[in-house]
Design a protein around this ligand. Sequence first.
Ligand code: OOB
Length: 549
Amino acid sequence: MNTPRTADAPTWPAEFAERYRAAGHWRGETFGGVLRERATAHPDRVAIVDPAPVRREWTYGELDERASRLAAGFAARGISPGDRVVVQLPNIAEFTEVVFALFRIGALPVYALPAHRETEIAYFCSFTEAVAYVIPDRHAGFDHLALASKVKERTPSLRHVFVVGSPGEHTALSEVPCEPTAPAYEPEPHDLAFLQLSGGTTGVPKLIPRTHDDYIYSLRGSNEICGVDGDTRFLVLLPAAHNFPMSSPGWLGALYAGGTVVLCPSPDPATAFPLVERERVTMTGMVPPLALVWTEAAPGSVHDLSSLELILVGGAKYSEAAARRLEPALGCRLMQVFGMAEGLVNYTRLDDDHETVVTTQGLPISEDDEIRVVDDADEEVPEGSFGHLLTRGPYTIRGYWRAPEHNGKAFTEDGFYRTGDIVRRTPTGHLIVEGRAKDQINRGGEKVAPEEIENIILGHPSVHDVSVVGVADEYLGERTLAYVILREGAEPLKALAVKRLVRERGVAAYKIPDLVEFVEAFPQTGIGKVSKKGLRSDSSRGRTGSAQP
Ligand code: OOB
């Protein structure tokens, strides 16, 4: 039997695991067990509200029973402990049922985003040797059934496609549940619980292995900091599969505390404000561009937003000016959050003074989060200076899943994760994110790995070379710009054709370059490498005025 143990990924050395247990961080809980306990303690309390298209609510008792029945059905179809199951569902109640069912049998959800398309999904399925893929029939105008058929044909391991809605040639999720039997395997707290996706700096995203112990600790810590309890009504605005709305404190945090999770089909004020009013939402989390939109829309809104107590903003740098406007406009508290799917999460605190809340990205969750701010030679920089952020702790992974070579670069020998972020620390230990050393574009919280897009554009016969960089954008923080050098004598290419090429390759729409510019040569670094810094500053000084949308 496969087991969901950590053989495919480096884990915490025994002395660290012992320390984290002794400190009470790792308490030996599992997701399946937590849900069972909450359902026993308060079976009739509402766990999940799914407002669309027809309002549904599930109590803790119902969610627990559904998860058990679905777990039994998955097991009956041959899904075993340690098997990977790619889950690509929007913010609907079934998302929670599916992942708790998988947790119960020790199978590992691989969290794809609704925006992912054929290239990403085929990669997740083949790289993880997934045995099943869970989808909606259609979402946001996209036919997921057809994509699933194509991927299934190409992926020998993929035995099942389960569909929420009309299944076409696949299997309806609603047909899977059956009478629960005694489970063949009880997941252990130190087992892997799921694989989360990294924002990525390489050609393909890396997978992040999280255990029950470590993730549940991050939920408990986040709940304490944010004041989440049984009365919390948490609105899931961002895609539920992303680490931020899942665990900071997120829908899993709210369920851990016995609160209510309200799923939002779309984060725009026209959809979300009526929901806040009707469901008396108390807390939510959002990325900075969305916070700008909410801040603009709230003062003129006819909807009663007075139930809101706390809004968390993170995923990308939130400008101080925008942060100052949020509380007066929304009539609730702001908390900044600087986190990463690899682990470390920082929050400003409810008792921080206002200046700290609007100018910093917070303090780590745990006293056992180790923070180092270092120079290029890994030497600690003087207090208060900029440097690379390295971290190690009770909920930060020690390595990506099946990526030994990359792990050698992304982690120090003594297990610190190289976040790729440039930070400085204030005298109180609060971190201020100043920038990024990693080759990644942060498009309003959505992460784009330039290499992934460069590889696609390089596939065009007219293209000699390409470099994708982020350029400053007032709304998103950054937009993507592809600099393209054409082959001598090649057919001229239009910006639109470059974008079409990326779209037609079947990747998430947020990865399609916002701008394309044709150039003769790239700026070079001293040793003749393309200087991305040079390209970024060219565009920010407006020297390259010819970039086309
Ligand atoms: C969150 O997770 P990821 O894995 O999508 O992205 C992590 C990266 C960080 O390394 C940093 O570069 C950036 O996103 N980031 C921020 C930030 N929060 C994240 N940069 C500046 N200011 C912030 N407040 O994005 C994530 C995970 C959990 C909670 C919140 C965000």
